[in-house]
Design a protein around this ligand. Structure first.
Ligand code: FEO
Length: 435
């Protein structure tokens, strides 16, 4: 019988979890924890259905591997489930697919209980683990591993795949070929707590899966695409993420769906043209005049499609898809009370949810006295890993005809940087500070 990608059971989530470990595959047990009461994760995500911290124990003929742990306050549950399937002296391997505290809260204590275990993680995770363990780091056999390396548990191996920035620099996946289980940590996760654990048993978690992608993975979507390319050839039968349902029914559909989420949400109308979006807020019309001049200058380039938006007339969220697909953005703001205006800050704050790395960024604005806003916006754009080839354009009060000419020239230069007609360059903070 055909089963849709997201099997829907018309039942409320079961918040009373299993009291013991749960078999995932022969020799593989879930030993994680349920956190049904969580309503806010990492400060930035709402979690209407709580979450789970999935950890796994894999038994081989030559010992047991533990893959990830749980948030510190759930360590008791984790150890109780682990002890039900293994003795501590049997643990010969601890795999840390990701070092964020929701997965490493029980690591220090686990190592005290199983000090003989080898710890394997991505090389980029080593400094983070050193910071977590402090002086105890030196007591253990801890090594970085990269794609293709594996550790044998006797009759079965665990193989590692380095998948950085999904969503931290340290992230990796671990593959148990013997049972076709792929342990992906945050990738393919959902903040959705249901004690039935498996995707064919729980309720409708589509919202959680997509919300999780939007808020955790979307800013790193090009890295997620690389990770999917790396793991797609694996003949996995189960995806075992570190949050939410374990994907044993049609797991490949979740990879396909993630590819859809990564891909452009907007049908491209621009072909090979570069796109520049100019957003502005204007108090007395001066910054609006500058915005129009920059637009007109950039639009002289036949290879650049330029769009102009007055943010006073729109909400920010609907622009995010557009910005994610754009090649560059320029933000215009007056300086009021020594700062950029709130609407511009709201847009800059929202950009954290999308991929901005490498896009062209620029700032401009009119000011009355000190004109700090442009510099502040530039600093934020650089913080978002955008490239700023031009120092921002600042004009005192309303622009003169000559200053509007400079605005058009600024727009032309932005267009040249987008199309590659201008030599690549980057404004540095020292240059900004010197202005
Ligand atoms: Fe679930 Fe990035 O921690």
């Amino acid at each position: 019988m055909s089963v849709p990608p997201f099997t829907i059971r018309p039942a409320a989530p079961r918040l009373d979890g299993p009291t013991g470990p749960v078999a995932v595959a022969p020799g593989v047990h879930w030993v994680g924890a349920l956190d049904p009461g969580l309503r806010n994760f990492d400060v930035i995500l709402k979690t209407a259905n709580g979450t789970t911290y999935n950890a796994y124990a894999v038994r081989g003929s030559d010992g047991v591997a533990v893959i990830d742990t749980v948030k510190a306050e759930f360590a008791g549950e984790f150890f109780a489930r682990l002890e039900a399937v293994a003795r501590y002296d049997e643990i010969r391997l601890i795999v840390l697919n990701h070092l964020e505290p929701d997965h490493t809260g029980a690591v220090p204590e686990l190592l005290r209980r199983a000090p003989q275990a080898q710890v394997r993680l991505s090389p980029r995770g080593l400094p983070m683990l050193r910071a977590l363990l402090k002086d105890e780091f030196a007591l253990y056999d801890i090594k970085g591993v990269t794609t293709g390396q594996s550790v044998s548990l006797g009759d079965r191996d665990l193989q590692f795949f380095t998948t950085p920035f999904v969503h931290w620099p340290d992230t990796q996946c671990t593959w148990l070929a013997a049972e076709r289980v792929l342990f992906t940590c945050d990738l393919f996760g959902s903040h959705y707590c249901d004690g039935r654990l498996f995707n064919d048993l729980v309720g409708d978690f589509r919202f959680s899966f997509e919300y999780y992608f939007d808020r955790i993975m979307r800013p790193f979507r090009s890295f997620v695409a690389q990770a999917l390319d790396l793991i797609e050839p694996l003949d996995f039968g189960i995806i075992a993420p570190a949050h939410g349902p374990i994907l044993r029914s049609h797991p490949r559909d979740y990879l396909t769906h993630t590819r859809r989420l990564i891909s452009s949400r907007l049908a491209s109308e621009t072909g090979s043209e570069k796109t520049l979006l100019i957003f502005y807020v204007s108090a007395y019309g001066a910054t609006a005049q500058l915005a129009q001049a920059i637009h007109d200058g950039a639009a002289e380039s036949p290879d650049v499609r330029v769009s102009l938006f007055d943010l006073e007339g729109g909400e920010i969220a609907p622009f995010l898809d557009l910005i994610e697909e754009a090649d560059g953005i320029a933000l215009g703001t007056p300086t009021i009370n020594g700062d950029a205006v709130r609407t511009i800050w709201e847009m800059l704050a929202a950009l954290v949810d999308i991929e901005t790395r490498g896009k062209l960024g620029a700032a401009f604005g009119s000011y009355g006295w000190s004109g700090e806003a442009v510099r502040l916006v530039e600093t934020r754009l650089q913080g978002l890993k955008m490239r700023l080839p031009e120092p921002g354009l600042r004009v005192k009060l309303h622009p003169s005809a000559a200053e509007l000419d400079e605005g058009r020239a600024f727009g032309r230069r932005l267009a040249d940087h987008l199309t590659g007609r201008a030599a690549p360059r980057e404004v540095d903070f020292a240059e900004i500070a010197a202005r």
